[in-house]
Design a protein around this ligand. Structure first.
Ligand code: PGA
Length: 256
């Protein structure tokens, strides 16, 4: 047993309007009441953040955003600043999700700036990394992961330290929304690699504290075997986080 607290995070992506988000947040509050062994987080779309934040205030469910800009404010049409997320009630922010990288051109360099800005503002980043199918089949998984870590954490590497609140999420791109989950062994292999890299790059004591979530087609029927692996500390759930009937059993995986 390690000292890391498990986290189950739901990324709602571009789904649910304000009313649907509120109804769902209230259902989750009811159905996860009493879950103390696991941290729970939801990341609604921007338009629903504030309303969901008010509903979750004082509860054990954390509120996260799905993205943000690194600047504090100014002429950046369509963007959201770290302080706006705090103002809406967020404690966390997902950064570098593969959909942001592949569909919206986010680079490691941009993610590095976002990571620094989030930490500076007092938001806890959930930094996503992961390889594509082509990269995996070409035997480049570890090289790709290492490059993403090095480049998207450049600012932290320069300081030589990393707050232990930072959360990493390993999400193999080929497993996102495809129904193809990495096997627990495949996921563990990469999680172990990431933790070793953290130990080498920062220090082993810190590496032992950092939570590394797995993401990619997590469902009620595969969560337990993933969570049984030594270096898997939780899940970042997309599709299955949109319905109580699938998200609640994932949150309660330890009780099933
Ligand atoms: P999925 O998405 O669970 O629908 O595969 C995971 C994610 O994108 O975080």
């Amino acid at each position: 047993m390690n000292e890391r607290r498990p986290m189950i995070a739901g990324n709602w992506k571009m789904n649910l309007n304000v009313k649907e988000s509120l109804d769902f947040a209230r259902t989750l509050l009811k159905e996860t009441a009493g879950v103390e062994e696991t941290d729970v987080l939801v990341a609604p779309p921007f338009t629903a953040l504030r309303a969901v934040g008010e509903t979750l205030a004082g509860s054990r469910i954390f509120l996260g955003a799905q993205n943000m800009h690194w600047e504090a404010g100014g002429a950046f049409t369509g963007e959201i600043s770290p302080s706006m997320l705090l103002d809406a009630g967020c404690s966390h922010v997902i950064l570098g999700h593969s959909e942001r990288r592949s569909l919206f051109g986010e680079t490691n360099e941009m993610i590095d700036r976002k990571l620094g800005a989030a930490l500076q503002a007092g938001l806890i980043p959930i930094l996503c990394i992961g390889e594509t199918l082509e990269e995996r089949e070409g035997g480049r998984t570890f090289a790709v992961i290492e490059k993403q870590l090095e480049e998207s954490m450049k600012g932290l590497l320069k300081t030589g330290s990393m707050p232990d609140s930072v959360i990493l999420a390993y999400e193999p791109v080929w497993a996102i929304g495809t129904g193809k989950t990495a096997t627990p062994e495949q996921a563990q292999e990469v999680h172990g690699f990431i933790r070793k890299w953290l130990g080498r790059t920062f220090d082993p004591g810190l590496a032992a504290k950092i939570r590394i979530l797995y993401g990619g087609s997590v469902k009620p029927d595969n969560i337990s075997e993933l969570m049984a692996k030594e270096d898997i500390d939780g899940a970042l759930v997309g599709g299955a986080s949109l319905k109580a009937q699938s998200f609640v059993p994932i949150v309660k995986y330890a009780r099933i």
